[in-house]
Ligand binder design. Structure first.
Ligand SMILES: Nc1ncnc2c1ncn2[C@@H]1O[C@H](COP(=O)(O)OP(=O)(O)O)[C@@H](O)[C@H]1O
Ligand SMILES: [Mg+2]
Length: 268
């Protein structure tokens, strides 16, 4: 994909996002451009604001200031929104929710519903699409991730890796413009991580636009077009994975990478 004009094919542009919880300023001017078909991986220490970024992009969180624009739609200016009535603010936030779908660290499937019912909940009940259509699309998606025979199972009958794959299918069923993953494998037993990363990698290869928070660096190396290192609520450094991992420029990036590559060193 041509990157000569950085804004020409931007699917999502976030500028200067700020967010505080009480006295804690969690985002201090976060910027992100996601081009169509691009895979961006976000890394950074715990508490650096990664989840808050994804939640803001997904309309689950309202930033205090900054702008977000999706697919040439209206630019949402959260600083202006602050002076608006709560209802108007909420509508801006909800406009973002329909554009992206998020896969969480924990799958958040409804335990009392079958796999199929979990997947059609969004397209059928929330988006109001015909049930038969939602069902046939859900079955096709489940088949694609190797879970065609699990449609009638309950979440607790599945392994953690299978549950996470259902979580991914549930996001795909919403037909979003972009996919957001928040540490999708960090709650899994090590032997289940690979099957979930494989599905995400396949989606990346198919051309989905996605932002992925993960510390699986081999996945990031293979799948990411661009890696952002966040610390203290800002992007400290970014670049293609080979450069960011191979030749990080900032001391904070170097320190972080050393710690996650050789976690025991810090304890010595
Ligand atoms: N709803 C909330 N209320 C209060 N503090 C929060 C809330 N959400 C996140 N925080 C705080 O914001 C900081 C950054 O959180 P988060 O975005 O989850 O970081 P990360 O995902 O990088 O670990 C943390 O210190 C966290 O405790
Ligand atoms: Mg997080």
């Amino acid at each position: 994909m041509s990157r000569t004009d950085p804004s020409a094919d931007a699917l999502l542009t976030a500028r200067g996002l700020h967010k505080s919880f009480g006295a804690t300023e969690v985002l201090r001017g976060f910027d992100l451009t996601l081009h169509r078909g691009e895979v961006v991986v976000l890394i950074g220490p715990s508490g650096s604001g990664k989840t808050t970024v994804l939640r803001a992009l997904n309309g689950l969180e309202t930033p205090d200031a900054g702008t977000i624009m999706v697919d040439g739609g209206p630019e949402i200016d959260f600083a202006l929104a602050a002076s608006e009535k709560p209802r108007a603010r909420q509508q801006k936030r909800l406009a973002l929710r329909d554009r992206s779908a998020m896969v969480f660290q924990h799958h958040n499937l409804f335990p009392h519903l079958t796999v199929l019912e979990n997947v059609i909940e969004g397209p059928w009940r929330v988006q109001g699409r015909p049930k038969a259509e939602a069902v046939s699309e859900a079955l096709a998606l489940l088949d694609r991730v190797g879970l065609g025979d699990k449609a009638d199972a309950r979440p607790h009958q599945l392994s953690g890796g299978q549950q996470q794959r259902v979580g991914i299918v549930r996001a795909l069923a919403l037909k979003p413009d972009l996919l957001l993953f928040d540490e999708p494998t960090s709650a899994l037993d090590p032997e289940l991580v690979g099957e979930v990363l494989l599905v995400i990698k396949e989606l990346a290869d198919e051309g989905w636009t996605m932002a992925v928070v993960t510390h699986e660096l081999s996945f990031a190396r293979e799948a990411a077009d661009h890696v952002l290192f966040m610390d203290g609520g800002v992007v400290v450094e970014q670049g293609p994975p080979a450069r960011l991992f191979g030749a990080p420029q900032h001391e904070r990036t170097q320190r972080f990478l050393t710690r996650i590559l050789r976690p025991l060193d810090g304890d010595a």
